[in-house]
Design a protein around this ligand. Structure first.
Ligand SMILES: [Zn+2]
Ligand SMILES: [Zn+2]
Length: 385
């Protein structure tokens, strides 16, 4: 995109170049020396796993879903925790991270405006973009209003590096010192762990933008990828996330591997998080079905349409019915939301009958979708025959 723009020379960010090159070397040296000196012990391994987890979750639940997208609200101890341990991922401050990320969402795949556009290649999206200073030398602070209102975010923006060094290197080293493994705490739970956190996050910007399924939309490069979902505690459902970025879940179905959503939800039971935003089920299901429908249409265009003519007509009729059932269900749900928002005094009997109508409309919508999927299966059988 924007390929007509002239090539713009960017200044190399030497601090990042040195840090991103040196930390894997230090991690590799530390691991080699740790094993060579027979220092291996399970306490340090467990400590590394714990630090990897809390720091990665501080990025996914904190930097990403809370600060960048405002998918939910969190009490100050939770925000402080995410800010302190998020800094230990050495991915910058929450403010800077969020501004870059908002720009990525607003200008996805744009070679100039998307800071880590996959259209500039896998390495660029993964970490190449970090080796240069931003084009105009600064970020778009106009998108930071809500973040600057949070004194904790402003504080962390000033002191994130000190906080990161203390929480990410010194703290694990001190803990491991208690079982006489200061070196392992620093190099394994510190340097090696930071490299794991780095590349897990970076894979969302690279791998999840080129490998995986476009379950909800093919209008952008984001893809749903189980491998990155596992590595990043649920962030790999990236196609869903780019379609519905206000949802606190990245994997919306109960069985989707998204521990971050389980953590945010669990914290809501004890009042530490609230106002969890979700997208309505029928909107998600319709979007998924629309993608399936589009893919089927593209496949069938390559075949002889006469073979499946009748089936295709039936699918088209069902499509119309699904769309009108969706509209009906949406208007009923909006009606119900309006009543709740306005706090209208309405007879209990009327609310009850509206709820019954919603249940009926929902059932009809899902029955039609099922009928569509059955027809789709018949089409596949005919094609295969
Ligand atoms: Zn993305
Ligand atoms: Zn995002």
């Amino acid at each position: 995109m924007n390929s007509s723009n002239p090539i713009q020379v960017r200044e190399i960010g030497w601090i990042n170049v040195v840090f991103l090159s040196l930390s894997p070397l230090l991690a590799a040296f530390g691991l080699w020396y740790w094993i060579k000196t027979a220092s291996f012990n399970w306490q340090t391994i467990v400590l590394t796993l714990i630090f990897t987890t809390i720091i990665q979750v501080s990025i996914t639940a904190g930097y990403h879903r809370l600060f960048s997208h405002r998918c939910y609200q969190a009490a100050w101890p939770v925000r402080l925790f995410f800010l302190i341990f998020g800094a230990a991922a050495f991915e910058g401050s929450a403010l800077g991270w969020s501004l870059d990320h908002r720009q990525h969402h607003n200008h996805i795949d744009d070679e100039i405006k998307d800071p880590y556009a996959i259209t500039k290649g896998f390495f660029w999206a993964h970490m190449g973009w970090l080796l240069f200073k931003p084009l105009d030398g600064r970020r778009d602070e106009s998108k930071a209003g809500d973040l600057l209102e949070d004194p904790l975010v402003v504080w962390q923006n000033k002191y994130w590096l000190v906080s990161g060094i203390l929480a990410g290197y010194i703290l694990p080293a001190m803990i491991a010192w208690s079982w006489h493994d200061f070196f392992g705490g620093l190099f394994i739970a510190g340097f090696l762990r930071a490299v794991i956190n780095h590349h897990s996050t970076f894979l969302i910007n690279s791998l999840s933008h080129c490998f995986g399924k476009q379950t909800y939309s093919d209008k952008h490069s984001a893809r749903d990828n189980l491998l990155t979902a596992i590595l990043t505690f649920g962030e790999g459902y990236h196609n869903y996330h780019h379609e519905f970025s206000s949802d606190y879940r990245n994997g919306p179905r109960f069985f989707d591997w998204d521990p971050t959503k389980w953590i945010i939800k669990s914290l809501s039971f004890i009042g530490l998080t609230s106002h969890l935003k979700t997208i309505r089920e029928e909107i998600i299901v319709r979007k998924r079905w629309q993608m399936t429908e589009k893919t089927l249409r593209q496949k069938l265009q390559k075949r002889n349409p006469a073979i499946i003519d009748n089936e295709w007509k039936a699918l088209d009729q069902l499509k119309e019915k699904i769309e009108s059932a969706f509209k009906h269900l949406t208007s009923l749900k909006n009606q119900y939301q309006d009543i709740k928002k306005a706090g209208q005094t309405i007879l209990a009997q009327e609310v009850k009958s509206l709820k019954q109508e919603i249940a009926k409309a929902r059932e009809q919508f899902f029955d039609l979708l099922k009928a569509w999927h059955d027809s789709q299966l018949r089409v596949f059988t005919l094609i295969a025959a």
